[in-house]
Design a protein around this ligand. Structure first.
Ligand code: COA
Length: 260
């Protein structure tokens, strides 16, 4: 499938999705959000893909936010609709995907760009990256989950400061905050991320999906993560991958997981 604003490659079970609007610093316009949502859904269902990496094209930006030119004249209703549709079709979808999605943050990740990175399961950044939620400087608040995911990742006080000052933090600060897991040079960003993805691919896909679900449940109101863990743990015992994993261990060989 061809996308107007995305480049997609699949290599050894790792799909790399590159947001490709470099002249606009990869800002998320409606078409890009729609492309991303379609692409992530298809890759999520593609058995040849076990990990998805999302990055931005060019050397300057991951994503410099939602496309400001598209919503500058929106009404209250249109604004709420923009946030609701984006959250449901893309941001929440990524967070709840059974396959790990890693953000390779190669430059500015601002507003919707940082929110996209935060919806991913974890983040790796290049040392030139800068991150922030500058929406209040535009008279807005973050609308793609930023007010919820930023405090989950870095704590309430730091999130309050970042959001109310509309300031940016460096990649190193983001690492200290726990917002990104690793910082490497821009040249190494994708190869470093691939090494992590390769480690994930060696493990059982069904179990990985259940682990993501159980971890996410901790952040869902009214849901008991321990209950989800118990049920998901039990379900793993019904998979061929569980038989393969335990048999391979006892036979002192590497497991070959099929996802069944
Ligand atoms: N929406 C729409 N267009 C954007 C954009 C966004 N979020 N971010 C950048 N662009 C466009 C600029 O308008 C410019 O387009 P033009 O060349 O047609 O004028 C192009 O991308 C390059 O950006 P520019 O501002 O010239 O680059 P810079 O190096 O001077 O500044 C930033 C880089 C990231 C600091 C600056 O672009 C910026 O502040 N962007 C908006 C960030 C933001 O507020 N995001 C939250 C949105 S809710």
């Amino acid at each position: 499938m061809n996308y107007e604003n995305l480049l997609i490659s699949i290599e050894e079970k790792i799909a790399t999705v590159t947001i490709n609007r470099p002249a606009k610093l990869n800002a998320l316009n409606k078409a890009t959000i729609s492309d991303l949502s379609k692409a992530v859904k298809l890759l999520g269902k593609n058995d040849d893909v076990r990990v998805i990496v999302i990055t931005g094209s060019g050397e300057k930006a991951f994503v410099a936010g939602a496309d400001i030119s598209e919503f500058a004249n929106f009404t209250i209703v249109e604004g709420a609709q923009l946030a609701a549709e984006g959250q449901e079709s893309l941001f929440d979808y990524i967070e709840n995907l059974k396959k790990p999605v890693i953000a390779a943050v190669n430059g500015f990740a601002l507003g919707g760009g940082l929110e996209l990175a935060m919806a991913c399961h974890f983040r790796v950044a290049s040392d030139n990256a800068k991150m922030g939620l500058p929406e209040v400087s535009l008279g807005l608040i973050p609308g793609y989950g930023g007010t919820q995911r930023l405090p989950q990742l870095i704590g309430k006080g730091r999130a309050m400061e970042m959001i109310t000052t509309a300031g940016m933090i460096s990649a190193e600060e983001a690492k200290q905050y726990g917002l990104v897991n690793h910082v490497v040079s821009q040249a190494e960003l994708l190869s470093f991320t691939t090494v992590i993805a390769q480690k994930i691919i060696k493990n059982a896909p069904y179990a990985i999906g259940k682990a993501i679900k159980a971890i996410n449940t901790n952040y869902k109101d009214g849901k008991d993560g321990f209950e989800t863990e118990i049920k998901s743990f039990g379900k793993c015992f019904g998979t061929l991958d569980f038989k393969e994993g335990t048999t391979a261990f006892l036979e002192k060989r590497k497991a070959e997981f099929t996802g069944k």
